[in-house]
Design a protein around this ligand. Sequence first.
Ligand SMILES: [Zn+2]
Length: 277
Amino acid sequence: MLVDSHCHLQDKKFGRDRDDVLRRAREAGVSALIVVGYDMESSRRAIDIADSNESVYAAIGVHPHDARTVTAADVQALSRLADSATVVAIGEIGFDYYRNLSPREDQRRAFQQQLQLARSLSLPIVVHSRDADEETFEILEAYEREMRDEWPRDRPLGVMHCFAGDLALALRYIELGFVISISGTCTYPNADRTRAVAGGIPLRWMVVETDAPYLPPQPQRGQRNEPAYLADTVRFIAGLRGESFDVVADGTARTTAWLFGLGDIGHPAAHSLGERP
Ligand SMILES: [Zn+2]
């Protein structure tokens, strides 16, 4: 069993063959997927796809790239969209200081607004952080303090999507109650730091993702990425860890179910991974 914890099937690159992409994912053993929004429109489309396909779920939110566009009305609209039964998280939200497509003050404001939205809805968050290690950790550390009395001890606060920090930072996030998501970038020749994370964190705190259509694993590099390629990344991680493919596939699927509260992915242990650190 494989679960793709983060993909963008609503992207126009899947406009022509989305059903085929989903079929290939199932054939490759991907039993559930989370379609993640990055602006208002892509969040609505994530819900549409989740509503019309079994074991497909949605995360809704506005990416830091578009932070400057986020209005109070958007946050209210996201809150209404979250009523849909297939919405399992708020995201992707966070900081992107690499491309800086929105001013940093706007990124901070939109991140805070959407953190408070997740808090009010009791939903986990999907965090994007690029070239902003310190700022992201600081804001999430404060968030964890706020949530300490209101969030269940036996549920992660969210996931660090496509984690690109080092092992020490990954362990600090786990300590805070965040799951670490490993993408196909761990297969790239220059990705020693990500390999150290993929090999070094407890499986219980790891999920895997494609981030499709972006970031194809090394064998498919240069092509459009799709959820079926998740198996290549998991095989690679299993090799790094000296564990079997099934152990990593099943372990990360369980953790994804734990993180997002997915009861119906056919895994009896989905809700019994115990307390946060
Ligand atoms: Zn993404």
